[in-house]
Design a binder for this molecule. Structure first.
Ligand code: ZN
Length: 467
């Protein structure tokens, strides 16, 4: 109880006694890792003890047999970790280390009750502590997690799509790619979680989302992410219209910009190759030639292939699209008042390659699509927390290919953005809205679970048509 109160003392003691070295050797990890683990453990135990104290206070308050003076005594014993420890163990040495003022106050409180009450107060506190004490137990879920502070990780790469975390080996980092870029602050603690059910590593970060108290959800809502409009809802409404008008010109602009840069990449490649060749020749002309080429290379790299302007443009576009997404989600929540939002699990669905446009345009479109997906996902999570709306992921397989009314397979798609389709029974309908209705239905589907494989889903759906 007293050791965990000051994490630093405990840590320093372990360092001094070189017990820390033993841990580092035995479990083959760095010193800092057991220190982090120790800090985590101490924080957890401290939180546990203060919860326990609150619980005991409530129990004491509810007990009518304890009068006000005895209550004061117990509260005072609970107010300091040392006093509580003394009440449990009757260890006079701990009491002796306290400031005289504290000891004096304790004896004053003890004087204010009868001897019988005093005895009862101590034994009652011991009993309550034993009764409500937390029992350490094994976690039933298989998740494994670890806290990483800001010195232990780094986001890197284009759009911060990679994270490098420090590993058990000194000075060696382990980098992996994220399924969507990181939009949050680059500081503060991260929680890195190995989710065994989903077979992936998740990065969690505490972000502050103030809850809206007044909000009252009314209905369950299925949503589907579209290309032309951001989200289509099972209610038949769509939000974030004009996504293609917003992003279309941007994609073209971006692709023109990238195409402009392309010749310079070629030239840079040539220059580097030529310089490499001349590096081994030591004649006067070769040295002069090499210097000339180096100057040209430097110019290209700083004037034509510089990243500052590129990054700035990129950032401006990103902010614009993000505000569009935020606005669309808020509008959706206000109009639909959902109590539960059901969506596809977007983490692993691949972006379909489109054949439209040149290779830069295709690349830009693909990037944008995955970016939109990631942002939509994180912003939805954020707003759902803020409005206390439940969010549920369902299996994304074949949601937009079967009719939500009769279960028949759709025939073909048409329309400006490929958003219309025909059911052989029910006629023309918007397939994004149909998909969102299928998604909503899937929330209660007993047969199709979140990770039912694609071909099995298809078999189940085909079987339903017959029956
Ligand atoms: Zn139909």
């Amino acid at each position: 109880m007293l050791d965990v109160k000051q994490y630093f003392n405990l840590r320093n003691e372990l360092v001094k006694s070189s017990q820390g070295n033993a841990y580092a050797e035995k479990y083959h990890f760095l010193q800092k890792h057991w220190k982090y683990a120790l800090r985590d453990a101490c924080a957890n135990i401290n939180a546990m003890l203060s919860n326990l104290a609150n619980q005991i206070r409530k129990a004491v308050q509810a007990n009518e047999l304890v009068d006000e003076d005895e209550q004061h005594l117990i509260y005072y014993l609970l107010s300091m970790r040392e006093l509580w420890y003394y009440a449990l163990t009757a260890d006079q040495a701990v009491l002796a280390q306290l400031k005289p003022a504290y000891r004096k106050h304790l004896s004053e409180l003890e004087q204010s009750v009868t001897a019988k009450q005093r005895k009862h107060a101590y034994s009652y506190l011991r009993r309550l502590t034993r009764r409500y004490k937390y029992v350490p137990r094994k976690h039933t879920n298989l998740n494994r997690s670890m806290a990483y502070d800001e010195n232990m990780y780094r986001f890197q790469g284009e759009e911060l799509k990679q994270v490098a975390i420090s590993s058990g080996v000194s000075r060696q980092q382990f980098a992996f790619s994220l399924t969507s870029p990181w939009h949050y602050r680059l500081k503060g603690d991260l929680q890195i979680i190995l989710d065994r059910d989903k077979k992936r590593i998740e990065i969690h970060k505490v972000i502050q989302a103030r809850q809206k108290k007044k909000y009252q959800g009314k209905q369950k809502l299925g949503i589907d992410k579209g290309l032309a409009t951001l989200v289509s809802c099972s209610s038949g409404q769509e939000y974030g219209k004009g996504l293609s008008q917003l992003t279309g010109p941007q994609i073209e602009k971006e692709s023109r910009y990238l195409a402009q840069r392309n010749p310079y990449y070629g030239r840079r490649y040539q220059l580097k190759k030529q310089i490499e060749k001349l590096n081994h020749v030591q004649t006067r002309t070769a040295i002069i030639k090499r210097n000339q080429l180096s100057v040209e290379l430097k110019q290209i790299e700083s004037n034509n292939l510089g990243h500052k302007r590129k990054d700035r443009r990129h950032e401006a576009l990103r902010a614009c699209r993000e505000s569009f997404i935020n606005h669309a989600i808020k509008e959706m929540i206000e109009h639909e008042a959902p109590s539960l939002i059901v969506k596809e699990d977007l983490t692993f669905t691949k972006d379909k390659a489109t054949k439209k446009g040149n290779k830069y345009e295709r690349k830009a479109r693909r990037n944008l699509s995955s970016w939109t997906k990631g942002t939509l996902n994180t912003r939805l999570e954020y707003y759902c927390q803020q409005y206390s709306i439940d969010l549920k992921d369902v299996n994304p397989a074949y949601t937009s290919q079967y009719c939500p009314n009769c279960g028949r397979h759709f025939e073909f798609r048409f329309g400006k953005h490929n958003e219309k389709t025909i059911c052989p029974n029910c006629g023309e309908m918007n397939c994004n809205i149909a998909a969102s209705r299928n998604i909503l239905a899937r929330a209660n589907d007993k047969e199709i679970a979140l990770y039912t494989p694609y071909d099995k889903v298809k078999a189940i759906l085909d079987q339903r048509i017959v029956s």
